[in-house]
Design a protein around this ligand. Structure first.
Ligand SMILES: [Ca+2]
Length: 648
């Protein structure tokens, strides 16, 4: 390479000497070098490098970025985009021996900001029972900010949202972008905060390695509290003093309804009080020396009611979940309730006599239809006078009496509520789903074609709904229905009322009173609620719930509502579930009392069985038919309120 370079230099010098003598003899015009520089078009940040397409009549063109913080040049050939803005490139060329230098050419073009995409995670599991959720956002660039648009109901701390009370929580994510990215389109997510949620929180894998848990272990059953069971402190102390049990024995008697199912949940904690996952727990059903005489079924196994001392009647094992808890459902098999009919259930971790033991005696001393023993204050008796009732004592297969009731039909798409009846419900309603059983009850049956091929619709699930609209309108008083809930995850039966002015003022201005709602996914809980339009013009509701100690599908219970012009109270078996007073709502136009003209409102009654949707949750795939049973609907005057129902 060195040798040939020297040769080129020598040749050039010889040529220039020759030209020099010619120039002195003749005047020759030397042309100016021209640069041809194709226009640069607008680009977007993030685009690939841009090739420069420069030609020149002579010489070597050099390019320079006038705006080096916005764009730079690579090898004179390509433009590298550094940030958004206006990029300016200058091309120069000194010419050569036969060409004058070129006039510099400058070209500029705009580098636009790129699109910024923003997403916000769902958090449908938010509820008062599970009040926090960690939200995640993804964004192309920039800093995303989360804001609660409903600070009365939920607040934010960083990316953690916390529910404050039952209502609706809306979170907005926004991102202003930055020097290279446009502001993102903001995203909002809304969730209804109930007392409980049927949507499970996402499983978050543990970030830290699992803690090493250290015994001795403590086991405690959490189903019954002192309010609804008898905590036999004296007895259990004596048993420990006698040396029969390790210190820390837990013991209680809980009275439950005969044939009911009781869900017993036990939590294991370690020596530091930490809930301990993955721990084997033993459950003795009809504990040795326990004298248990009730017949019960747990899972697939049953006891005989005959004490097998010195053996346990059944000895089951379970494993604690991530929260350190393990659950068993115990169903009574005896027909007749009586005091002293019990099963003793003992749970322990390592062995009898070592670590803590927790004993529960379930006493099947409450008859079917007796009070649910899940708490709630028993209310003073309400003086009631029966005004009207439908006992549903019609012949088998007959629908509801058309003098009183009209079926609602379809999937909601034909109704102002909208498709899915405004709650993303799965069923379509058909009249064939409402049938009296000939045995004193009306059954609303939800079924798939596999469950009942004679009653189908345009949806997988067909079910029933009927209302007293236009036939029986009620003003104040006491409403009561004796009801048995269906069995099956996703079932959502309801006994409720709407203002009869719904077609003129629309929902929720007409007011809605939910005397009873139930989700088969949450079989021990009934809820009640009042819905209305708040002073800001938005839908608002207040809600109450009772966690019963019996599954509500196990038997009939009485669900009632006392409605006066300024207050509404809901009951199960005369235990209060929910109360709302006009003053609680801040409403001047309370839809459940006299309007501005002093006219009293009226409401009509609705029974229906929905499937899935916002309250029913996921539909289990282990059943294809479930019935909601209505023994009667009765309407009373009470506390001076209530009058004969009218048809308008
Ligand atoms: Ca009846």
């Amino acid at each position: 390479m060195k040798t040939s370079n020297k040769r080129i230099v020598a040749l050039t010098v010889a040529l220039m000497a020759g030209f020099g003598s010619t120039m002195q003899a003749q005047a020759v015009t030397i042309p100016t070098t021209t640069i041809s520089f194709a226009a640069l078009t607008k680009v977007t940040y993030g685009n690939p490098d841009i090739a420069l397409n420069i030609t020149q009549s002579a010489g070597v063109t050099t390019t320079t970025s006038v705006t080096p913080t916005i764009c730079s040049l690579v090898n004179n050939l390509t433009v590298k985009v550094l940030t958004s803005g206006v990029c300016k490139i200058t091309a120069t060329n000194p010419g050569d021996a036969t060409h004058k230098p070129a006039r510099a050419v400058t070209r500029s073009f705009t580098i636009s900001k790129a699109v910024n995409t923003l997403t916000l995670s769902d958090f449908g599991w938010l509820s008062m029972a599970n009040p926090t959720a960690d939200l995640t956002t993804t964004e192309t660039s920039g800093t995303t900010t989360l804001t609660s648009l409903t600070t009365r109901y939920c607040t934010l701390s960083g990316n953690k949202v916390t529910a404050i009370k039952v209502g609706t929580c809306t979170i907005r994510a926004s991102n202003p972008g930055n020097s290279n990215f446009l502001p993102a389109k903001s995203v909002s997510k809304t969730v209804k905060i109930g007392l409980t949620s049927t949507v499970s929180p996402p499983v978050v894998p543990p970030v830290n390695p699992p803690a090493s848990y250290v015994g001795p272990w403590t086991i405690r059953q959490s189903t019954f509290t002192d309010a609804n069971s008898t905590n036999m402190i004296g007895d259990s102390t004596a048993w420990v003093n006698n040396g029969w049990y390790h210190a820390g024995l837990g013991y209680r008697i809980a009275q439950v309804e005969v044939k009911s199912t009781t869900r017993l949940t036990y939590t294991v904690t370690d020596s530091l009080g930490r809930p301990t996952p993955n721990k084997t727990v033993y459950l003795s059903v009809g504990k040795r020396h326990g004298g248990s005489n009730a017949k019960v079924k747990v899972g697939t196994q049953s006891t005989t009611g005959i004490d097998k001392t010195p053996l346990d009647q059944l000895l089951l094992t379970g494993t604690t979940n991530a929260q350190g808890a393990v659950t068993w459902d115990v169903t009574g098999l005896d027909e007749t309730a009586r005091a002293g009919l019990y099963i003793q259930l003992a749970a322990w971790v390592t062995d009898l006599g070592v670590d803590t033991i927790d004993i529960t005696n379930l006493e099947f001393s409450i008859p079917v239809g007796g009070p649910a023993t899940g708490g709630g204050t028993t209310s003073p008796p309400i003086e009631k006078t029966l005004i009207w009732s439908d006992e549903f004592n019609g012949v088998a297969g007959s629908g509801p009496n058309s003098s009183f009731w009209t079926p609602d039909l379809g999937d909601g798409c034909n109704n102002p509520a909208g498709c899915g009846w405004g709650n993303n419900e799965a069923q379509s309603y058909a009249a064939c789903a409402n049938k009296q059983d000939g045995n004193g009850s009306m059954l609303i049956t939800a079924s798939t074609a596999a469950g009942d091929s004679t009653c189908t619709s345009n949806k997988t699930w067909t079910s029933g709904k009927f209302t007293s609209f236009g036939k029986k309108h009620f003003g104040y008083g006491y409403f009561e229905a004796r009801l048995k809930m269906p069995t099956g995850g996703g079932t959502w039966p309801a006994f409720w009322t709407l203002g009869t002015n719904i077609n003129t003022v629309s929902w929720p201005s007409c007011g809605e009173l939910d005397i009873m709602e139930f989700a088969g996914n949450n079989p021990f809980v009934n809820t009640s609620a009042a819905h209305y339009r708040n002073p800001s013009g938005n839908h608002e509701y207040k809600m109450g719930a009772l966690n019963n100690s019996v599954g509500l599908a196990q038997g009939y219970h009485n669900y009632g509502m006392l409605w006066t012009p300024t207050e509404v109270t809901m009951y199960i078996d005369d235990r209060q579930v929910f109360n709302v007073k006009k003053g609680d709502t801040g409403l001047t136009n309370w839809p459940f009392g006299p309007n501005a003209q002093g006219a009293d409102p009226k409401m009509y009654v609705i029974f229906n069985l929905a499937m899935g949707g916002s309250y029913g949750g996921g539909i289990a795939n282990n059943f294809n038919k479930a019935s909601f049973s209505i023994d009667y609907f009765r309407y009373y005057s009470a506390n001076g309120y209530g009058s004969t129902p009218t048809s308008n």
